[in-house]
Structure formats: C-alpha cells, structure tokens
Design a protein around this ligand. Structure first.
Ligand SMILES: [Fe+2]
Length: 246
C-alpha cells in the first residue's frame, strides 16, 4: 500500500494543483485528505471544484466544522473570508465528513483521533512558538490507538514520529498554508514551516513497517498571495511568498 497524505489545503488551489501533479508521478495507489480544505483568504471555490471529482477519503478538520456548526456572524476570520464563495453542496459535504476513518490500515484524523483541534505532536512553546511535544505528551494523546500508522494534520508542521512500542504518527504538513499565527488561544503562537513550498507525505508499508516520505513541492504562489492581499490578509501573502510569518 502506497498512500499519499494531504492535509490543510486551506483554499490554496495552486498548491493543491502542484501537489496532485507531483503525486501523479510517484506511483501512488490512493490519496487521503486530513481536512481543513477551504478556510482562508484564497481560492476556496476553486479548491472545492478540484476536490469534488477526486472523491478522496477525507476527515473533517476543525476549520471544515467551523464552516457548518455556527451562524455566519459567529464565524472566525478564516471562515468569514471564504464562506460566501462556497456552494451549498460543498458545505453539505463538510457536514458529512467523519472525525476519523481508516484507509489501508492507516488511521486518519485531523488533529487527534478524539479532537479536531488539539495539537498532537507539537505544543505551544516558549517565545510564542510551536515546538515538538515530549514523548509522554504524544503517548497520552495516542491512548487507545491500535493502528501501527496514524496520519494527523492540523498543526501544519511536517513530522514523522515513532513511539517506543512501534506505532507511528505522521503529520504531512500543510498543502496550502506554510505558516500562521494562532491568536484564538492565549498565549498565542506562531508556526513557521520555513519555506513557501506545498507539503504532503507518501507512506508505504514494507516488510511489516512503514516508510515515510515527507515531501516539499515548490510552486508559484504569487497568484494566491495576491488573492490574500485583495482580502487585506497581508500576513498570509507574506507567508505564502516566504514560508515565514514575519
Ligand atoms: Fe489547518
């Protein structure tokens, strides 16, 4: 089983296009999507148009949920930027997405298997930055997981972790949003991948273990950066061009 894992597209259709083109050259059997598909100041409608015919096995991200669990006036900024661009059928699709699912023996979740917005492999660290979580914290959040391989997204930080008992947890990073400021919680924090590239992963089961390839795809982000600027999301534009928040 050779599986591509994509996550956190956040409406970046140019990055998604680049990732799908790269996947098409790599002899992959299936693609799984870990959610947060549309929210942000970019091309939500174009992203929906690309995803619909692919019919990928997908789990619901916190931002997919926040498009359908509250009235528009109570939505956060990332949803406010795109809600008007999304067709009703896309919102219905978000509503149907499960919190977890399994593909080829791999457990898929957005953040952790029981929570769509809890950071798993990373945590808020000093100086308002996201840092790697210690083993105890990662294991606690893996309680009850029987799968040898779990894929999670949410933090946008590409990681491949192996627990002492052999279970693996992979975060492919974000297809479309290389860094962000999370100011919904205090203290707030910044996650920076440090390059503007689109991220995804390919995992493959060989000889009773899993091989993990964290992949970084360069693409032309200028069109997306301009869409961000048109919605006065200048930090997003800078992030898309550089991979750094500031
Ligand atoms: Fe996300």
């Amino acid at each position: 089983m050779r599986l591509a894992i994509i996550s956190d597209i956040h409406g970046n259709s140019a990055a998604l296009e680049a990732v799908l083109a790269d996947i098409s050259k790599r002899d992959v059997e299936s693609i799984a999507n870990l959610g947060d598909c549309f929210s942000g100041p970019l091309d939500a409608a174009g992203t929906a148009k690309m995803l619909a015919p692919l019919d990928l096995p997908t789990v619901r991200g916190n931002h997919d949920r926040q498009l359908i669990d509250r009235p528009i006036e109570k939505m956060g900024k990332w949803e406010s930027w795109c809600i008007e661009d999304l067709a009703l059928e896309t919102l219905e699709w978000c509503r149907e997405l499960p919190l977890i699912r399994e593909v080829g023996g791999v457990l898929l979740c957005h953040a952790t298997p029981s929570n769509d917005e809890e950071n798993w492999l990373d945590r808020r660290g000093p100086e308002h930055r996201l840092v790697a979580r210690d083993l105890k914290g990662v294991e606690e959040r893996a309680a009850g997981v029987v799968h040898r391989m779990t894929a999670c997204g949410h933090t946008h930080a590409p990681r491949s972790v192996r627990l002492p008992d052999g279970r693996r947890i992979v975060n492919p990073g974000s297809v479309g949003c290389p860094c962000y400021l999370d100011d919904r919680v205090q203290p707030n924090f910044v996650q920076e991948t440090g390059s503007p590239d689109a991220r995804y992963a390919i995992i493959e089961q060989l000889d009773d273990d899993w091989w993990v390839d964290l992949i970084s795809v360069p693409y032309d982000a200028e069109g997306m950066a301009r869409l961000a600027e048109a919605k006065s999301a200048d930090n997003w534009a800078h992030a898309l061009r550089t991979g750094w928040w500031s």
